[in-house]
Design a protein around this ligand. Structure first.
Ligand SMILES: CC(C)(COP(=O)(O)OP(=O)(O)OC[C@H]1O[C@@H](n2cnc3c(N)ncnc32)[C@H](O)[C@@H]1OP(=O)(O)O)[C@@H](O)C(=O)NCCC(=O)NCCS
Length: 171
């Protein structure tokens, strides 16, 4: 709550906008996901070379099931949030989020971006169940999802990494 009040006190606007293929997006994503402090919280095989990251951006912005959004603070991208819609059933999906500009973490921006993505998931692509997979020691992310109504439903292992599965039914 304090964090959200800080965003409001600074009179800034947080919104999410569909990610566009651009030099700026490629450069930002490369900087964010190769940063060890951010990368430590992600799982799976992540690209490291610029051209691999660029291919990731291009595929993320063209695949209709991977809904990627810039998280913007006063129109400036500070991170991204996405929902990857499952193939079957297609009314479920998995959320990912990164506030890449680290000075803007812990200010309530993730909370506002997640609220907006959940609205999109429910009302635009009509999902009824969403999930997030979070490393057990990622305290900020766990708090973020619990605050938005997610419930810890399982412990899973992804590519050898233990993760907590959180889910939320969208009504
Ligand atoms: C995790 C992340 C998305 C959260 O977004 P954020 O804008 O930093 O988070 P918020 O400011 O909205 O705060 C979310 C919750 O974390 C808490 N929190 C914020 N900073 C914290 C800190 N340093 N330590 C512990 N809790 C913290 C907030 O109090 C809030 O919980 P509350 O609602 O119960 O009070 C962001 O920090 C981030 O991108 N981290 C690196 C990448 C990552 O971990 N991604 C998620 C992978 S699953």
């Amino acid at each position: 709550m304090v964090a959200i009040q800080e965003v409001r006190r600074l009179q800034t606007t947080v919104d999410i906008a569909p990610t566009q293929q651009s030099k700026e997006t490629r450069a930002n994503w490369f900087r964010w996901i190769t940063d060890p402090e951010i990368r430590q919280w992600m799982c799976g095989t992540l690209p490291t070379k610029p051209e691999e990251v660029y291919r990731w951006v291009d595929s993320a912005t063209t695949d209709p099931r991977r809904h990627y959004f810039d998280i913007r603070l006063d129109n400036k991208p500070v991170g991204f949030i996405n929902i990857r819609q499952d193939h079957a059933p297609s009314n479920t999906g998995e959320i990912g989020i990164v506030i890449g500009e680290k000075q803007y973490q812990s200010r309530g921006i993730g909370t506002q971006a997640l609220d907006q993505l959940l609205h999109y998931a429910r009302h635009t692509i009509h999902l009824t169940l969403v999930r997030a997979l979070i490393k057990p020691d990622n305290e900020k992310s766990i708090k973020l999802f619990i605050r938005s109504g997610f419930i810890h439903t399982a412990d899973v292992t992804i590519d050898g990494t233990p993760m907590l599965k959180f889910e939320k039914t969208l009504t």
